[in-house]
Design a protein. Structure first.
Ligand code: PLP
Length: 369
């Protein structure tokens, strides 16, 4: 059946590469000639072992993950990791805390969750509105912190780190849920990286955790076993039933990334796509505005307002209605910030971004006073 072309700029779960969907469709009823679907396959079979092992091998290769790091495929989403990180890494010894660099909704939520388990120190000044990353010279990092945590790309606000915070010898932890594999990253600089798959590398259900081996085995006794990184690492993420189908989709997406040039090419394309949109915003004489400091505007999620900095509600509604008529969907900003948000993850093509860019240009012409 021929499906109608839709332009999906959703923030997640997000667009998957078309070849991945095609392959999943072909293999849905009969995976690799074995006569059953991956949906019906035991996680203890050699067929599933091949799937999970190749997902791990691909991820290791694409991100150049050093040998002394374990890769885990867990459930519970990014939100689960907001708890799992402190439960595994926080040290309750007198005077020790965990440092959180809070730059938006997701790092704020992570910090709040961590407070349940230990002492949290928010290292940067509290913002009324998240519009950037405070200069690192203003951060009060604690040299004896258990770890320093930050969110590499704030999906709601569209704030992305284009540098790795220097934490000296303190363990660095990063939530890369919305920008993993959109560029190369030096994994050796981190103690732990985690990412839900449903934006850049797959569908909802599986969360990737990349953790340095020497950090295993330090979980608080209250840590649920399914979240204990050591237990999961010792069992190749099969302590309990893993999200088998999501891991299979992850493997297909990783193959697709590899076949399309890997993290370097994803980075090049992400710059090209995001520049198309940011250029229109900055040359629109204030018709469009993006509230985020130019130094940390996200390549993945571009929030913008129409008419003025707080948004002209009527024009924004008109913009979304017009976009939807042209089958450009999921462009509405997050309910907490309003406005418009275009998400340009790996699976969104340059051509699709050009369609949005052309529409934005047309809209200015029609509605600029
Ligand atoms: N971290 C980031 C950066 C996110 O964008 C999200 C969700 O969008 C989360 C964490 C939470 O992920 P989940 O909904 O899978 O728990």
């Amino acid at each position: 059946m021929e499906t109608k072309k839709v332009f999906n700029f959703g923030s997640g779960p997000a667009k998957l590469p078309q070849p991945v969907l095609n392959q999943a469709q072909r293999e849905l009823l009969d995976y690799d000639g074995i006569g059953i679907s991956v949906l019906e396959m035991s996680h203890r079979t050699s067929d599933f072992s091949k799937i999970i092992n190749s997902a791990e091998t691909l991820l290791r290769e694409l991100l150049n993950v050093p040998e002394n790091y374990k890769i885990l495929f867990l459930q519970g989403g990014g939100t689960g990791q907001f708890s799992a990180v402190p439960l595994n890494l926080i040290d309750l010894k007198e005077g020790r805390c965990a440092d959180y660099i809070v730059t938006g909704t997701w790092s704020a939520k992570a910090a709040k969750e961590a407070e349940k388990y230990g002492k949290v120190n928010v290292v940067n000044p509290k913002a009324d509105r998240y519009t950037g990353i405070p200069d690192s010279s203003s951060w009060s990092l604690n040299p004896s912190a258990s770890y320093v945590y930050y969110c590499c790309n704030e999906t709601v606000h569209g704030i992305e780190f284009n540098f790795i915070p220097d934490t000296k010898d303190v363990i660095l932890v990063s939530d890369m849920s919305s920008n993993i594999l959109s560029r190369p990253v030096d994994v050796s600089k981190f103690g732990l990286i985690f990412a839900g798959a449903q934006k850049n590398v797959g569908c909802a259900g599986v969360t990737i955790v990349i953790v340095r081996e020497d950090l295993l085995g330090k979980a608080l006794k209250e840590c649920p076993t399914v979240f204990d990184y050591k237990v999961q690492a010792e069992n190749n993420s099969l302590h309990n039933t893993p999200p088998c189908y999501s891991i299979y989709i992850l493997k297909l997406v990783l193959e697709w990334i590899k076949n399309n040039g890997g993290a370097d090419v994803m980075e090049k394309l992400s710059k090209q796509k995001s520049s198309l949109i940011y250029d229109i915003i900055s040359s629109s004489n204030g018709f469009y505005s993006c509230p985020i400091d130019v130094t940390c505007q996200s390549r993945m999620n571009i929030p913008f307002r129409i008419g003025n900095i707080d948004g002209d509600q009527d024009l924004e509604k008109l913009f979304l209605e017009g976009a939807s008529k042209l089958r450009m969907i999921q462009l509405k900003g997050h309910r907490s910030v309003g406005g418009i948000r275009a998400s340009l993850y790996n699976a969104v093509t340059v051509e699709e971004t050009q369609v949005l860019a052309a529409y934005m240009k047309e809209f200015v012409k029609k509605h600029q006073p």
